[in-house]
Ligand binder design. Structure first.
Ligand code: CA
Length: 343
């Protein structure tokens, strides 16, 4: 009978899934740091092999410092962090870029001195380190990009198909397809989402490539505002370090929430990571035929092929991408709260 028992058990061994290797390519906004917590909270599902930081919705040096201290606080001293030197086409407003400092000063992550955590800061520019990470891994890597696509576009431009072949998917928080964008900028028509608008040609480069994209656009992130109730709920599970950190970090947007009732602060980036971690949480389509506008008054806009939009500016090629289209806000909040019950 023994051989039979072995045969029955073998499939169980083979199907035990390995964590998916992930590079977190972020841009240091408040929401990016909650996203980091969420990615680190599920080591059975994802393994963060490196972090690259774009100088976009942040001051990159501050964001790197915060990232290193968060990693240290949670015991992840082996995840390398690198700062990209790629510049903005259209920079974020300065007041947004400094908001990450409210996270950096939190006592919870400052039980270590900055000099010792900086030993884990990679000296190579982040865009080159992104390629180094991809090149040296045996398997294809998923990139979670919660800022502009500049770093991804850089490696596509420099390493072409070789780079594309090493990327499993890019999960990108960006784009606004059937909803209004969130850019309010002189000379722009407001149709674009900010991550895309920061570097519209980068979106074009990624669309012109064969890299698989899963887009998490404003169409779906508009359904997940960071509400006072959500922040209070972290307090009810304050025995968990991850929950205290997440609640503390998101609490930094509370004045935004009250001062700008018509412009909620959304969990843009955290939803992107949540959709990667739980495929059941987010409904998606895999066949959105679309293109990106790379110049002119609509620069940064992602357009579905079935939309009647006059093409008066430079655009990328038309291609099929995957996009998240629906999420239930309460299920998302519940997923994040549950995941962050971790110390
Ligand atoms: Ca971000």
């Amino acid at each position: 009978m023994k051989p039979v028992v072995i045969l029955l058990l073998l499939p169980l061994v083979i199907t035990a899934a390995k964590p998916q290797k992930v590079i977190f390519d972020h841009d240091g906004g408040i929401d990016d740091f909650v996203t980091l917590l969420l990615l680190l909270s599920k080591p059975e599902l994802v393994s963060v092999v490196g972090i690259t930081i774009l100088d976009a919705d942040c001051r990159a040096e501050v964001a790197a410092n915060t990232t290193l201290k968060l990693l240290h606080t949670l015991g992840f001293n082996d995840i390398p962090v690198a700062i990209s030197t790629l510049p903005a086409v259209n920079p974020f407003p300065d007041i947004w870029r400094w908001s990450g400092l409210t996270v950096d000063v939190q006592p919870l992550i400052n039980q270590v001195d900055s000099i010792s955590v900086k030993q884990n800061l990679v000296q190579q520019p982040g865009q080159d380190f992104l390629w180094e990470l991809l090149r040296t891994q045996l398997e294809r890597i998923t990139i979670v990009a919660t800022g502009p696509l500049s770093n991804v576009a850089y490696i596509i431009k420099h390493y072409g198909d070789e780079a594309a072949a090493r990327i499993k998917e890019v999960w990108w928080m960006g784009g606004a397809v059937y909803v209004q964008g969130n850019v309010d900028y002189p000379g722009h028509d407001g149709s674009a989402e900010w991550n895309a608008f920061w570097d519209p040609p980068a979106v074009g480069v990624v669309w012109n490539s064969s890299v698989p994209i899963v887009m998490v656009p404003l169409d779906v992130t508009n359904h997940v505002p960071v509400t006072p109730d959500l922040i209070y709920r972290f307090g009810r599970q304050a025995e968990y370090l991850y929950s205290v950190l997440a609640g503390t970090i998101w609490s930094k947007v509370i004045s935004w929430v009250y001062e700008r009732p018509l412009e909620p602060y959304f969990a843009w980036d955290t939803l992107t990571a949540a959709c990667l971690l739980s495929r059941e949480l987010c409904a998606r389509v895999d066949d959105l035929v679309s293109y990106a506008v790379v110049s002119g008054p609509s620069q940064g806009r992602v357009v579905a092929a079935n939309q009647c939009v006059a093409r008066s500016s430079d655009v990328s090629r038309q291609r099929t991408i995957a996009t998240v289209i629906q999420v239930d806000a309460e299920e998302f909040y519940g997923f994040v709260l549950d995941a962050l019950k971790r110390s």
